[in-house]
Design a protein around this ligand. Structure first.
Ligand code: ZN
Length: 304
């Protein structure tokens, strides 16, 4: 399924230059129409760039590529960047229990979140950008925010991915690779993972079976953690260096194994907005709870 419009990098920059300064003068009623028209013009005016999408290979046949690890310059840093943690972005099923309600926002609400971030001048960055900023001092854009999506639900492909592309945003998706291997229809497929990676999304591991990593032995931890890392690598053609602990549970043994793996940064479910040079494997996030409106998002973005 193709989204109504897609922005490539030059298009995204132009959109930022044209739309953001104008945002205070645009009536909310015409915002979306104006946004779509501008994006269409910008897309037409931009040179054609390979942007993944339908032409992206499902299983890359190229050799695995790797990022260059940032080298710490010796300066300790502390940076405030909210890492938003989303789960389901889909209409709530009729039989939804308390747990599902707490983890779900509707596609319309998600669109309102993106619209809020866009018009308020927030810039979604990747955790790789944040890692580099913390280690080398590389400057981040104004009002940085990280969008993360846990578990690899199918709605991350059907709802989240098209909307992110529409706004020229990137997101980080933590995939339960065992669900993908099992071809569970409630989760994304490897073909979709490959397509999202080719379109610039960070597709990252969230273990094979989504079980707690507390109180586990070495073999179990390596199987769940390295196993999911290797699967992502095989299906995206890119070595992943991020990780998310299932249900936020881990202990000293988990961290010890994580240090031996090619994990540069790992996120938890603890609440917080500040990150440091040395919180590599324990980065707090900001939980997006069931039905959280755009004004509620604004308030959690402001908080400490
Ligand atoms: Zn999870």
């Amino acid at each position: 399924m193709e989204p109504p419009l897609t922005l490539d990098e030059p298009g995204r920059m132009l959109m930022g230059m044209i739309v953001r300064p104008l945002r205070v003068y645009v009536s909310p009623v015409f915002r979306r129409i104006g946004l779509m028209l501008l994006a269409a013009v910008v897309t037409l005016a931009s040179p054609a760039l390979p942007a993944g999408g339908q032409d992206a290979p499902a299983t890359p046949e190229v050799a695995v590529t790797d990022r260059v690890a940032p080298v710490w310059d010796g300066t300790y840093r502390r940076i405030r960047v909210p890492i938003l943690m989303y789960h389901y972005v889909s209409p709530l099923p009729e039989n939804a229990d308390e747990y599902r309600r707490e983890l779900t926002i509707s596609p319309d609400t998600f669109r309102a979140h993106l619209e809020y971030l866009f018009f308020e001048g927030f810039t979604p960055i990747s955790l790789y950008d944040l890692d580099e900023a913390l280690l080398t001092g590389r400057e981040l854009p104004a009002k940085p925010v990280v969008l993360t999506f846990d578990d690899g639900y199918i709605d991350h492909y059907t709802h989240v991915f098209p909307l992110l592309k529409q706004y020229g945003f990137t997101g980080t998706f933590f995939i339960i690779t065992g669900r993908v291997d099992a071809r569970d229809p409630n989760y994304v497929s490897w073909e979709q993972v490959g397509e999202m990676a080719a379109a610039g999304m960070d597709m990252e591991p969230h273990t094979k079976n989504h079980v707690s990593l507390q109180g586990r032995d070495y073999d179990f931890l390596v199987y769940e953690m390295l196993g999911s890392i290797e699967s992502i690598k095989a299906h995206t053609g890119r070595q992943p260096h991020l990780f998310s602990y299932p249900v936020g549970q881990y202990d000293a043994d988990t961290l010890a194994v994580a240090r031996t793996l090619p994990i540069w940064r790992a996120v938890t479910t603890a609440n917080g907005r500040y990150h440091t040079t040395d919180n590599r494997l324990e980065m707090p996030r900001v939980r997006i709870t069931g039905g959280m409106s755009a004004p509620a998002l604004a308030s959690v973005l402001r908080g400490d």
